[in-house]
Structure formats: structure tokens, C-alpha cells
Design a protein around this ligand. Structure first.
Ligand SMILES: [Zn+2]
Length: 241
């Protein structure tokens, strides 16, 4: 039975590496596959991973119709057993529906990889449709880490060094952004996302805390002492008995 599987995770969690590995595994078993991507950091029509591997891919434009592309290939006698779809968060909901149709009506396995939520913590439309339609959604086990060492669950957008939570949903880092300032992304744990504490802000806070004669309460951790104290207070009457 063909399947539509959505592998989700934050940036830096190894999605593209797994996509490449999956293509390799299926191709090695003699299956015919096609690789699609959109806005890969390495440029158009290439799927690249942070570990340095890359492979040619078909670039997905908003106008691309997966159904048409695959049916055309099939009628020309080209075998398509599976699709690797990277950066599916950038696909349109309609394209995700086309992928589901290919699974159901042509028996093609579709392995989709994408980020679920954007820098505002809102679901990308493509990812939302994927979660709604996929046979299964798997959260990738290779977990990205926040600068503090906790599991990174959120994608932060950093414009000219400052974290922002408003703006266009899709702004690809490192490309054509020179005029409007450098756009970068950083993965954070929810705690530091909510506090707008990027690694840069944390470093700056640490430095100013060293310079200034008093502690800056820039990023307070949960006050354990209070909890312990109230626990102790709660325990005192018992002892008196
Ligand atoms: Zn953190």
C-alpha cells in the first residue's frame, strides 16, 4: 500500500539528510524516484543537507501540478515508484492534495519533509494540509538544540541581529535580502523563543552582566528556591506534630 508520510521537525533537525538517505535506500532497491524541493538554501533545483551532501532535484513552483508532472512521466514510460518532497512547508495546500491523489490513485509512495511552524509559531499552509492528509506524521528523532542545550522546538527569524515575530511568512535566508537587512534563522527552545532570547542576545546579556556591577535579570529561570521554601514551609507544621 502506497503511503503519504510527513516527516516534520524544526530547522537543523536533519530533514534533508534523511531525505537524501531515503532516496538512496529506495534507489538501491531498484525503485524509480523523483526528488522535489523548494527554496533550498543551496539554490534552485538542488536538495542539500547541512552535512554537505547534495543531489539535483526538481524545483517546485507555485504553478507546478504534481499530478500532471507524474502522469506525463508515466505515459512516457518512465517509472515512478516514489517521490521525495523536501521543504514541503513551502508547497501550496493544493499541491499537497495532488500528492495525496498520487498516493491513492497511482500507488506512488510520497515521503514529504518539512518544518511545521513558521517564525511566528503559526503552521505553514502546506504543512497544515500535510498533517491533515498524511497517512502518518513522524517527528524526526534527530533533535536540534537551542543554545541553552534544551530541545529546540521553535524557529526564530533574526533580522539584522534582532529577533522578529512579525513579517511575511516566507523570507528565505541568505538570498536577495541584502536591501532589507540580513535575514537569518535560529532554532530555540520554547522558553527562549517566548523571551526572544537568541544566542546573540544571550551573549550580549552575559557580557553586559559582567560589565555592570549588578546582575541583570535578563532571563530568569524558574525560581526553584521559592518552590523549595514553600515546600519547607508546608512541611514545617508536620514536623511540629
Ligand atoms: Zn533555550
Amino acid at each position: 500500500m502506497a503511503e503519504l508520510v510527513f516527516f516534520s521537525g524544526t530547522m537543523d533537525c536533519g530533514k534533508s539528510t534523511l531525505a537524501l538517505q531515503m532516496d538512496h535506500n529506495h534507489a538501491a532497491r531498484g525503485r524509480g524516484g523523483l526528488i522535489f524541493t523548494k527554496h533550498d538554501r543551496a539554490g534552485e533545483a538542488v536538495l542539500s543537507s547541512r552535512l554537505g551532501l547534495s543531489t539535483p532535484a526538481l524545483e517546485v513552483t507555485d504553478e507546478l501540478d504534481f499530478w500532471d508532472v507524474i502522469v506525463r512521466r508515466a505515459t512516457h514510460g518512465r517509472r515512478v515508484d516514489y517521490l521525495i518532497c523536501d521543504e514541503t512547508q513551502f508547497y501550496t495546500p493544493l499541491q499537497v492534495e495532488q500528492l495525496a491523489r498520487l498516493v491513492d490513485e497511482m500507488g506512488i509512495d510520497v515521503y514529504a519533509f518539512g518544518i511545521t511552524a513558521d517564525f511566528r509559531t503559526e503552521l505553514f499552509p502546506g504543512s497544515r494540509r500535510m498533517i491533515e492528509l498524511a497517512d502518518r506524521t513522524e517527528v524526526l528523532q534527530v533533535e536540534a538544540l537551542c543554545w541553552c542545550g534544551r530541545r529546540a522546538t521553535h524557529n526564530a527569524r533574526v533580522v539584522e541581529g534582532t529577533m522578529v515575530v512579525e513579517g511575511a511568512q516566507v523570507v528565505v535566508g541568505d538570498t536577495g535580502a541584502a536591501r532589507e537587512g540580513v535575514v537569518e534563522y535560529e532554532v530555540l527552545c520554547r522558553r527562549h523563543y517566548m523571551r526572544r532570547m537568541t544566542s546573540h542576545a544571550a551573549r550580549a546579556a552575559a557580557i553586559s552582566a559582567e560589565v555592570l556591577p549588578f546582575d541583570l535579570d535578563v532571563c530568569p529561570l524558574p525560581v526553584r528556591r521559592d518552590a523549595e521554601e514553600s515546600e519547607r514551609r508546608g512541611a514545617t507544621p508536620d514536623r511540629r506534630k
